[in-house]
Ligand binder design. Structure first.
Ligand SMILES: Nc1ncnc2c1ncn2[C@@H]1O[C@H](COP(=O)(O)OP(=O)(O)OP(=O)(O)O)[C@@H](O)[C@H]1O
Ligand SMILES: Nc1nc2c(ncn2[C@@H]2O[C@H](COP(=O)(O)O)[C@@H](O)[C@H]2O)c(=O)[nH]1
Length: 436
């Protein structure tokens, strides 16, 4: 019997099991001989790993670390206080008997002492923090996702990446591209002005000098080339490109700042950047803006008066190639001609579903959960069961949380979205199911 295989999980659970039966059944999985997780190690002292440890290190005192076995590697999460193992992620290679400290990419994260971990799909470890603020408790350590594989190949070293788990689906970012002077900034400003609580702008980094009306941190993060190049090498950018002789890039932090504020992110990037974002884990809508004619594009660029003649010539040369790529490739989901500004803006709003009266309404669910202290976790068929521990009042918890990881989206270097969590709590004569 495997009640957690059904898509219609709630219904089958409700029909087949009383609360007590379910708990007993679960205990069999967690403590008894029905545990399907043979070979994985959860919430253990490193002594349990039965591997030869380097001498002189008191592993007993390393306390609440977790270890997860994936093929020949054991991923140990959580640093020790003893100094030697201060890194929060280390990998033990069973075949060579060596410890490796991987390059840790993705969202900056310091693992708390008290956490549980469970392997999902052999590509990411779900880490549940016990004493973290409620909406900061679900994290993924990606160990073999496409992003990690790509970075491992690029850097030639062992790589892991953190991504924060976000519940529910937030609306996908909007990527706007088009030649310089076509009116992208003008359209984005109109959108942000009309829908201030819906949209947020991804503030790019650039090595070009600020124009007289531009503010650092608002229009761009103006930066030195050497600093930006280092940050790119360190994996802090979702994409970057050399555009009209300067370096431009979207940092992971810029996108996350907007999504964390509960807003829909807008990116204004060139066609090279669009290719990189398309190839990344960021799901987005891609819109290309065209001028009504090349002459009109030149006129707009000149009238703007922000570039020298030499820069205008360079931007116009690049515009020809960009227009060709934008129109002919399959890079874009929508192409808009910005002839009459108001008409183009109306079309943009229509694409974004904002032409209806209450277009500003979509916000993602923010209701939070409190994971019980001392909980147990196990994974079955992409459903993670979190059970036990104590309530905030110190009483034994009767709540079983089910975290459905079957529809995860995104992931490092950004957020992992699409988590669905519901609680099954004990009620007289059966169970109650609550979506959170
Ligand atoms: N539909 C339009 N008709 C006439 N002028 C327009 C229209 N749209 C924008 N403009 C003007 O064209 C100029 C360039 O617009 P904008 O700065 O928004 O372009 P952009 O695509 O963001 O350029 P860049 O990529 O260089 O930042 C601005 O002076 C703006 O006021
Ligand atoms: N690939 C990226 N391109 C970007 C980014 N930010 C802006 N841009 C593009 O650069 C040109 C020139 O912009 P300007 O402000 O100097 O006129 C324009 O096409 C922008 O779309 C970025 O982060 N990445």
């Amino acid at each position: 019997m495997n009640v957690f295989r059904s898509k219609d999980l709630k219904q089958r659970l409700a029909l087949k099991h009383s609360w007590r039966n379910l708990l007993n059944w679960l205990k069999g999985f967690i403590f008894g001989d029905r545990n399907p997780l043979m070979g994985e190690v959860h919430d253990v002292s490193l002594n349990d790993l039965e591997v030869d440890m380097p001498s002189g290190i008191n592993l007993q005192s390393s306390g609440s670390q977790t270890a997860t076995l994936i093929s020949e590697k054991i991923y140990v999460i959580g640093g020790s206080d003893e100094g030697i193992f201060s890194e929060s992620v280390r990998i033990f290679h069973k075949s060579t008997g060596e410890w490796v400290v991987p390059i840790v990419l993705g969202t900056k994260h310091v693992i708390s002492k008290a956490h549980s971990s469970v392997l999902l799909n052999k590509e990411r470890i779900l880490v549940l923090e016990r004493d973290a603020p409620t909406d900061d408790s679900i994290w993924f350590l990606e160990v073999d996702t496409p992003y990690v594989k790509e970075q491992r190949k690029k850097l030639g070293k062992e790589v892991v990446a953190w991504s924060k788990g976000l519940r529910g689906d937030s609306p996908v970012p909007i990527v706007i591209s088009g030649p310089s002077g076509v009116g992208k900034g003008t359209l984005i400003s109109k959108l942000m002005k009309e829908f201030p609580s819906t949209f947020g702008f991804s503030v790019s980094h650039t090595t070009r000098s600020p124009r007289c009306n531009e503010k650092n941190g608002v229009h761009y993060h103006f930066t030195d080339r050497s600093i930006m190049e280092k940050d790119i090498r360190d994996g802090k950018f979702l994409e970057s490109a050399s555009v009209h002789g300067n370096l431009y890039g979207t940092s992971i932090e810029a996108v996350e700042a907007v999504t964390d504020a509960g807003k829909r992110c807008i990116l204004d990037i060139d066609v090279q950047g669009v290719r990189s974002v398309r190839a990344s884990s960021l799901e987005a809508i891609f819109i290309f803006i065209c001028p009504p004619s090349f002459e009109e594009l030149e006129k707009r660029l000149r009238d703007r008066g922000t570039e020298t003649e030499e820069q205008i010539q360079k931007r116009l040369r690049n515009a020809r190639a960009e227009l060709e790529q934008g129109r002919s490739s399959n890079l874009f989901d929508h192409i808009l001609v910005n002839d009459d500004l108001e008409m183009c803006y109306a079309n943009l709003k229509s694409i974004l579903g904002l032409d209806m009266e209450n277009g500003e309404a979509r916000q993602h669910c923010t209701k939070s959960i409190v994971l019980p202290k001392g909980h147990l976790v196990l994974e079955m068929d992409q459903k993670v069961l979190i059970h036990g521990g104590t309530t905030e009042q110190g009483k034994p918890s009767n709540i079983l949380y089910v975290l459905d990881a079957s529809s995860l989206k995104g992931g490092a270097p950004g957020r992992t979205k699409g988590l669905n969590i519901y609680a099954i709590d004990s009620v007289e004569g059966g169970m109650g199911l609550n979506n959170l």
